[in-house]
Design a protein around this ligand. Structure first.
Ligand code: CO
Length: 204
C-alpha cells in the first residue's frame, strides 16, 4: 500500500517539474499564500483541491469539526503566523454539510476525549435550540448546526487579538464563513464576511 503512495509521489513530483521546471526551487525559499483555510479533518474535504490552489498558495489548518477555540495553542499558532508573518489577506472557516464531528457533538453518545473537543458545538446548539428544534428533518437540522458552527468560528477568529491588532495597524484582512457540500463539491458562502472590528456585531 505505502509503495503505491511513494510511487504516486514520484510521479506527481515529475509532473510538477515537467509543467514548471523551477516550481520546487521557488517554493523552497519562501511561501507567500494569501489565504488561511481553517477546515475539518474529514478526508472528503481536501482544501487545495476544492479551490484549485497549488502548493504554496493556501495555508491550512484542519481539525475535527473545523473549530477555532480561543484557548487552542495549535490553532492560535497557525493564526498568528498566518496573520503576523505571512500576512494572509483572507481567512476562511470552511465547514461541511453532514459533518460527523458536528453530529457527534450532539448525539448524546460518549466517545472520550473528543467529547471535550466538541464542547463548543454543544454550546452553539444550546444557544440556537429554538431555531434547531423548529427544523423537523434530522439531516436538515444537522446541516443548519454545521452552518451555525462555522458562523461561531468566524466570530472566534474575528474576535482574536491577533486579528484585531492587524486591523488596528491597518492590515487588510477578511474572515469568511463557507460550508462545503459533499454531495456536489460546491462551497456555500454564508455571507458572514468580517473585514473590520465593527462588522463582528452582525454575526449575532
Ligand atoms: Co467534518
Amino acid at each position: 500500500m505505502l509503495e503505491q503512495l511513494k510511487s504516486n509521489n514520484r510521479a506527481w513530483a515529475e509532473r510538477m517539474i515537467s509543467a514548471d521546471a523551477g516550481f520546487f526551487r521557488r517554493l523552497e525559499h519562501q511561501q507567500a499564500p494569501e489565504y488561511l483555510w481553517i477546515g475539518c479533518s474529514d478526508s472528503r474535504v481536501p482544501a487545495n483541491e476544492i479551490v484549485g490552489l497549488d502548493p504554496g498558495e493556501l495555508f491550512v489548518h484542519r481539525n475535527v469539526a473545523n473549530l477555532a477555540p480561543p484557548q487552542d495553542a495549535n490553532y492560535l499558532s497557525v493564526l498568528q503566523f498566518a496573520v503576523d508573518v505571512i500576512k494572509v489577506k483572507h481567512v476562511m472557516v470552511v465547514g461541511h454539510y453532514g459533518c460527523g464531528g458536528v453530529a457527534a457533538a450532539v448525539d448524546g453518545q460518549r466517545r472520550g476525549l473528543v467529547d471535550h473537543w466538541l464542547h463548543p458545538i454543544r454550546e452553539v446548539a444550546h444557544e440556537h435550540r429554538n431555531t434547531l428544534e423548529a427544523i423537523p428533518e434530522a439531516r436538515a437540522r444537522l446541516n443548519r448546526l454545521c452552518e451555525l458552527n462555522v458562523i461561531r468560528q468566524v466570530r472566534n477568529v474575528a474576535s482574536d487579538v491577533f486579528v484585531q491588532d492587524a486591523w488596528a495597524r491597518g492590515q487588510t484582512l477578511s474572515v469568511h464563513g463557507w460550508v462545503y457540500s459533499l454531495a456536489n463539491g460546491l462551497v456555500n458562502d454564508l455571507n458572514v464576511t468580517v473585514s473590520c472590528l465593527q462588522e463582528i456585531e452582525r454575526l449575532g
